[in-house]
Design a protein around this ligand. Structure first.
Ligand code: GRG
Length: 297
């Protein structure tokens, strides 16, 4: 019998390909005028991310439909917002990271001005890409609205803002959970939600998928925090140990390593139990939850 991790890696790779094709078709060629911005946004987009968020969109869609073509532009749009947030996150005035996805970060290669513009264009064009999909207009409007909400001042930006404000301070559990939920879990959850909505999932299933999304989203960030302590730069593709140096509010800094790991494991078990209520078709989402818990990159 094939190892489940091999199976999930193979499936992830297949869906990555679909998303990469959609991104490649949509983004301007790198020799298009003005070249530098196109080179920069392609550099970061194709630097080798896991494509987890678009994978989740496609998996949720495929709980109900076979072919993924209809939802792929939406999945790719979420990846563009995610890549945008990584470029901004790496800037000297935010987290100041020299490496990302195993390569020099965007501003390190192209300079801060170009990196800012490349990221901005990814964010804005993501909404354009959603409108290019073949989905009904009503859904396109809903997706544009929800993606704007979740990446805006009530979502990602709020999480990042409190992350910056909390640097070097002792944070309580409520603040920690606010940061991680807004910075990470909500976009992961939204990725699943878009897949399910795109496939017209029944409301009761949507609730189950969102509960799963919230739990694996939070577990994903806890593991991200742990990898910053215990991971390796070679597999992770970015500098290790920065959270502690920068005095970041992380799960290990508040709960310690062992308790954090246990929390991630508990969230994963709860997520798997919840999604199992959808029956055999949710098997990939269950395998994925464990795969993410044990990931090294
Ligand atoms: C959205 C307008 C707007 C602003 C963004 C900078 C910022 C504000 C937010 C930063 C959010 C951030 C970097 C959160 C961290 C989330 C996280 C765990 C990223 C790593 O995700 P992976 O491991 O990365 O999926 P790859 O490279 O595999 O895609």
């Amino acid at each position: 019998m094939m190892d489940v991790n091999v199976l999930i890696k193979k499936d992830m790779k297949e869906k990555q390909e679909l998303v990469n094709i959609a991104l490649d078709r949509f983004l301007p060629r790198k020799d298009e005028y003005p070249k530098d911005i196109h080179k920069a946004l392609r550099y970061s987009t194709f630097a080798g991310g896991k494509r987890l968020r678009p994978y989740l969109t496609i998996l949720a869609y495929q709980l109900y439909k076979d072919k993924a073509e209809m939802i792929t532009p939406v999945a790719a749009a979420i990846e563009m917002v995610h890549t945008f947030s990584l470029i901004h996150d790496d800037l000297p005035d935010i987290d100041d990271d020299e490496y990302r996805r195993g390569k020099k970060s965007c501003h390190t290669v192209f300079g801060e001005g170009v990196a800012l513009l490349a990221a901005d264009s990814l964010l804005i064009s993501a909404f354009e890409l959603i409108t290019h999909s073949e989905l009904p207009d009503r859904l396109k409007v809903q997706f544009v609205n929800e993606l704007a909400h979740e990446s805006g001042i009530k979502g990602l930006i709020a999480g990042q803002m409190v992350d910056i404000e909390s640097e070097g301070k002792k944070v309580d559990k409520k603040t920690l959970s606010f940061i991680h939920n807004n910075k990470t879990a909500r976009l992961i959850n939204l990725s699943l939600r878009f897949g399910a909505l795109g496939a017209k999932a029944p409301a009761k299933d949507l609730k189950v998928i969102e509960d799963y999304g919230n739990k694996i989203g939070m577990a994903f960030q806890i593991i991200d925090d742990l990898l910053d302590i215990e991971g390796s730069k070679a597999t992770l593709g970015k500098t290790i140990g920065k959270d502690e140096i920068q005095g970041k509010a992380t799960f290990p800094s508040v709960f310690g390593i062992e308790e954090s790991r246990q929390m991630a494991a508990d969230l994963t078990e709860q997520a798997k139990a919840r999604i199992a209520t959808l029956g055999d078709r949710s098997i990939k989402l269950r395998i994925l939850a464990d795969y993410l818990l044990n990931r090294k990159s």
